[in-house]
Design a protein around this ligand. Structure first.
Ligand code: PMP
Length: 367
């Protein structure tokens, strides 16, 4: 019998990994996780209420064939094209499985920094070395430097979490065309953006676009994400993912939501339109309070401020949760001025936005 403890038996890199711990305690107004703050689509709620026993007692479909066909229609791709979809337990699963399928031990994943905080974590778990290339001054992707990294996987996120900024088509096309390995393009917030780059999968079989039902669709709790790409790439990601990753109830609920009905896709589209209108109103109100707000193409805004941690605490005391970020790269002048700190605030129904604005105004008046 081994004399080593469980802790000692674990891989050293896994022991060193922090648990994902967004600063979330239940709050009255929780604007901290970029989900759909209007709730969940009625069509999905009906599926949950009316689910047959077999949806629980039997295994789900192996690789979600019916859902994949519906996603192809939703994204507007030709069913007969050489493009396919791989589903996953959230888009985290797509990101993780893509790294597992293509990233060998000690190889590199390159991305524009700062980006989605799970990327370095998933990269570490998959034995990949993370290489962060700072955004350019105007939050553009430094496409040439990214390509020059020669990384096995290049990760792009647009609109980007946490900055909310969108990449230009020229920069994305440059990376997709010239990167030597796989390009993993994260479009978790695509529904809120002025454009999507999913059309590029047609011309490049090394590109996979990751999307999710957690944000615009209001289904984060069901954990369904997907990747779109050539048969070649989606097939390999599905093999690395394994079977049965999307549960039966989740598959049925997403299918119902993808129906073009008032309670399904129309509900989602209506909330997206509201979120886009409210983010502009919120940005104006925050500017009115003296804050700088980065241009946003997502359902959240990023506000660089030295007082991020203090403001976050004061807002929490008033029942409003936002995300305080630190250690943002000071090579970007807005973050140099804010000492690498910022607040990330989700956009939702206007009453919530007004509660946040009133709370912020109250905090500022107490300073
Ligand atoms: N990508 C980005 C950019 C995100 O912000 C998130 C969620 N915070 C995800 C992927 C993962 O989302 P999910 O696993 O819920 O699909």
């Amino acid at each position: 019998m081994s004399a080593l403890s469980v802790h000692q038996l674990a891989r050293a890199d896994v022991r060193a990994l922090p648990l994902y711990s967004p600063d979330g305690i239940p709050g009255i107004v929780d604007l901290s996780d970029n989900t759909n703050l209007w709730g969940a689509p009625p069509a999905a709620l009906r599926v949950l209420r009316d689910a047959p026993a077999s949806a629980l007692s039997r295994y789900p479909s192996l690789y979600s064939a019916e859902l994949r066909a519906a996603i192809v229609r939703y994204v507007g791709l030709e069913p007969a094209s050489a493009i396919d979809v791989v589903t996953g337990c959230g888009s985290d699963d797509i990101l993780d499985s893509t790294m597992r399928a293509f990233g060998g031990q000690g190889e590199r994943i390159a991305f524009s920094a700062p980006t989605f905080s799970m990327i370095p974590t998933l990269a570490g778990l998959n034995g990949l070395e993370s290489v962060g290339i700072p955004f350019t001054r105007d939050f553009g992707i430094d496409a040439e430097r990214l390509v020059d990294c020669g990384a096995k996987i290049t990760y792009l996120c647009t609109p980007n979490n946490p900055t909310a900024t969108a990449a230009s088509r020229k920069a994305v096309e440059h990376v997709v065309t010239h990167a030597p390995g796989i390009v993993l393009l994260d479009e978790a917030y695509a529904e809120f953006a002025p454009e999507t780059f999913v059309d590029l999968v047609g011309g490049n079989d090394r590109l996979i676009v990751a999307r999710t039902f957690s944000k615009a669709f209001g289904l984060a709790g069901l954990r369904v994400g997907y990747g779109i790409g050539s048969y070649a790439i989606t097939d390999l990601v599905a093999r690395a993912r394994g079977p049965y990753k999307v549960n039966s109830i989740a598959e049925r609920a997403v299918l119902a939501t993808l129906d073009a009905t008032r309670d399904g896709l129309d509900w989602v589209r209506e909330k997206v339109t509201l979120a886009i209108a409210h983010r502009a109103r919120l940005a104006d109100a925050l500017a009115g309070l003296g804050f700088l707000v980065l241009p946003t193409a997502a359902n959240f805004v990023l506000v660089p401020t030295r007082q991020a941690a203090e403001l976050c605490g004061s807002l929490r005391a008033r029942g409003v949760l936002v995300r305080a970020l630190a250690d943002l790269p000071r090579s970007l002048s807005v973050f140099e001025e804010s000492e690498g700190r910022a607040l990330r605030i989700g956009v939702g129904p206007w009453e919530m936005m007004q509660t946040l604005i009133d709370a912020l105004a109250d905090v500022l008046s107490c300073e």
